[in-house]
Design a binder for this molecule. Sequence first.
Ligand SMILES: Nc1ncnc2c1ncn2[C@@H]1O[C@H](COP(=O)(O)OP(=O)(O)OP(=O)(O)O)[C@@H](O)[C@H]1O
Length: 245
Amino acid sequence: MLELRHVSFSVPDENGTKNTKEILKDINLVIDEQKFVVITGPNGGGKSTLAKLIAGIEKPTSGQIFFNGQDITDWDITKRAQNGIGYAFQQPVRFKGITVMDLLCLAAGNKKLDKCVVCQYLSEVGLCAENYINREVDASLSGGELKRIEIATIVARKNTELALFDEPEAGIDLWSFHKLIKVFERMHDQKQSILIISHQERILNIADEIVLIADGTVRKVGTKEEVLPELMDVVGNCKFYKEEV
Ligand SMILES: Nc1ncnc2c1ncn2[C@@H]1O[C@H](COP(=O)(O)OP(=O)(O)OP(=O)(O)O)[C@@H](O)[C@H]1O
């Protein structure tokens, strides 16, 4: 189980003053074991920042994060990954000189994986293994290809108890998106907790629980039926959206 207690996150103000900008404000959230939770909300509301705090990329300015009862607030991303928290970036990182095969072997705990196992991981995310297995994870890959390879690394990581995905649908074609939904459903069936940041209705449809984040706060936690009207309200009242209409 993951628990955030009074978590806030601020950054120095861009204007070079001594003021700070509060991005997340007093977040209290519990993600139960084996739950499929989707975080949604308007752009700039703080979703990715929250995912980075959970993954250990950023550290809260105040508050605590607990995972299976242990205070992990001071753990870095590596220690959290070793202890079962897997994270897929909104914009995945490229690794020049490392092939897709190498990356999946690393993800599986630096084990030598059988070629057909790697092929299976790749086909699960909609990639033809033959074309990708020996490719370098470098700038020659498109954004969507890279995203799918990164999701395959989470599938390959066998000790993942909580898998975090930041907008997995971004840049992915419809057919691959359909496959991705299947990957998430299978992970859920295998009793992993899944936390996905998404705006996609098909992902919202399969969530056990939806968390609405807006303006750095948790606005609502509940089922799709409970949360969607509130989301429409938040978006409708957002001055940026209004200006565009
Ligand atoms: N390091 C930082 N320095 C300054 N501002 C930041 C920093 N990180 C995030 N922000 C700001 O905090 C707010 C929340 O950003 P975040 O990326 O968490 O939003 P989001 O809900 O994931 O948005 P989107 O749906 O567009 O991906 C934004 O206004 C962003 O510009």
